[in-house]
Design a protein around this ligand. Structure first.
Ligand code: XMP
Length: 509
């Protein structure tokens, strides 16, 4: 395995991804990690990440320099390279010319990282500091026009430094450099597969849970479904799932879930019909934040009430993913800026004194999908687009009523059916309908109408932090609009949302 040390780079996760793409396991650890812990992890190599600091700045991140005595290969990227140079006796200086963006990398000397590469290819740089003096035993292996020391190596010790960022896609040969580090320098073996992961996870869950019971909220989304399947494989009937119908689900949500997941697994699942509770509490509410708060609180109330009925429940299963863990770990250890604290079900665990079981906490989203396939979950479920916790409540502008929910459900189902038919479902991050709070005039069958309006939202995105409106073909938009107006009562107009994020958000509320 490889340990990636977090010096605060926004690309930490990308480094980890690049390693895992080679079927080599890797873990991101804060720079404050103790030397003992590193020894315990027994890595085949260490990658020191980049970071926003300057090495001579007060409070710039450091780590236990004993790692350089471990006798294993170390790759320093950007700040990680500066840290290595500085710690081993070289010098770093503020560069005359800041280098940001693309540069051409000229290979100066044979280096295992550059095996089979021609000189002069594009790489991505982002730095204000540069190496000006090498520590003993190092040589310069590559340069760019503005940075004469762009890559270094101590061949004997297998220490390497890259000023460029090999982990970003725009660095040509970047993935290959990481691959060469793993296999030429660290001699890693490729044993990180979803099969090995699931075998290990099932054994661990069995051991941790014993004959106690685990409860878990199922949402119908990918993460909770895969986590539940894995836990179920480990402890079978001692897993108790709870699916809350809050009345804000899409058309056939529960049926789809039953078909794609439950029919294959003999899951213990409690379907709770809490439609009335939610819709009554939401009656007359129009403020988006109020809607969200009411729903969040009620969900916990319902879940707690159900969970209390289960004897000997000592664990709470959750579908937390690795990015959440890295982010929350950073909040306590590493310097990566805090994006969110990791609490899938706010307040619940502590209050209920349940221990958490988070079997996906080492996986990225695409790995979860691979695991789901390996566990035999249907493709339809694995490739489901995200659906927000507050459900359709935040897609009905203004008051939520049973009638308006029905209108939105029907329009949304048509939209998704056509998107699927056009083969676009997996290419879009999300596509959905929004019911607007306005009526407009139309003419249908020679009669004047004054009816509701549906907005179509379709976006592309990698992580939902930013998104672009999807350039859906006009013919497809035409078909969707026609069908919605003809098939959904009370709709006489359909509009298409052409706002990116930012400045818009993906959801309307
Ligand atoms: P926004 O609207 O903030 O949404 O651009 C970003 C992504 O998050 C989803 N979303 C939510 N998911 N609970 C969730 O589980 C929520 O309260 C929530 N609000 C937004 C949204 O669908 C999009 O994928």
């Amino acid at each position: 395995m490889i340990v990636v040390i977090d010096f605060g780079s926004q690309f930490n996760q990308l480094i980890a991804r690049r390693v895992r793409e080679n079927n080599v396991y890797c873990q991101v650890e804060p720079s404050g990690i103790s030397f003992d812990k590193i020894k315990q992890l027994n890595p085949d190599g260490i990658i020191l990440s980049g970071g926003p600091s300057s090495i001579y700045e007060k409070n710039s991140p450091t780590m236990d320099a004993a790692i350089f005595e471990l006798g294993i290969p170390i790759l320093g990227i950007c700040y990680g390279m500066h840290y290595m140079v500085h710690t081993l006796g070289g010098k770093i200086q503020k560069a005359d010319k800041r280098e940001y963006g693309f540069a051409s990398l000229d290979i100066k000397e044979a280096d295992p990282l550059f095996k089979d590469m021609n000189t002069g290819f594009q790489c991505w740089m982002s730095h204000g500091d540069s190496t000006i003096e090498l520590p003993e035993g190092f040589v310069v292996t590559a340069s760019t026009r503005n940075t004469s020391i762009a890559a270094i190596a101590n061949h004997e010790k297998k220490f390497y430094g890259l000023q460029l960022h090999p982990e970003v896609e725009h660095s040509i040969n970047g993935s290959l450099m990481i691959k060469h580090f793993l296999f030429n320098a660290c001699k890693c073996t490729t044993n990180w597969t979803m099969k090995s992961f699931s075998d290990g996870a099932i054994a661990q869950i069995k051991e941790a849970v014993g004959d106690k019971k685990v409860i878990m909220g199922l949402s119908g989304g990918v993460d909770s479904s895969v986590a539940a399947t894995l836990i179920h494989k480990a402890i079978g009937k001692n897993l108790f799932c709870i699916f809350v119908d809050n009345g804000l689900l899409r058309k056939n949500e529960q049926e789809d879930l039953e078909q794609s997941l439950l029919s294959k697994l003999d899951l213990n699942i409690q379907f709770v019909d809490a439609k009335d509770t939610f819709l009554t509490a939401l009656g007359g509410v129009t403020d988006p934040e109020k809607k969200r708060k009411i729903i969040g609180k009620l969900f916990i109330d319902v879940f707690e009430a159900e969970a209390a009925k289960i004897d000997n429940a000592k664990f709470l299963g959750q579908g937390t993913l690795y990015p959440d863990i890295i982010e929350s770990k950073s909040a306590f250890g590493g310097p990566t800026s805090i994006i969110k604290s990791h609490h899938n079900v706010g307040g619940l665990p502590e209050k209920m004194k349940l221990k958490l079981i988070e079997p996906l906490q080492l996986l990225f989203k695409d790995e979860v999908r691979k695991l789901g396939t390996q566990l035999g979950i249907d493709d339809d479920l694995i490739w489901r687009q995200p659906f927000p916790g507050p459900g359709l409540a935040i897609r009905i502008m203004g008051k939520i009523t049973a009638d308006r929910l029905m209108v939105l459900r029907n329009a949304d189902a048509i939209l998704l059916e056509e998107i699927r038919k056009a083969g676009l479902y997996r290419k879009l991050w999300q596509a959905f309908a929004v019911l607007l709070p306005i009526k407009s005039v139309g003419v249908m069958g020679d009669k004047r109408t004054f009816a509701d309006c549906i907005a179509i939202r379709a976006v592309t995105s990698n992580d939902a932090m930013t998104a672009d409106w999807a350039k859906l073909p006009h013919d497809l938009l035409g078909t969707i609009s026609n069908r919605i107006i003809n098939e959904v009562e009370n709709i006489n107009r359909v509009v298409f949302d052409i706002t990116s994020k930012p400045p818009g958000t993906i959801e309307w509320e």
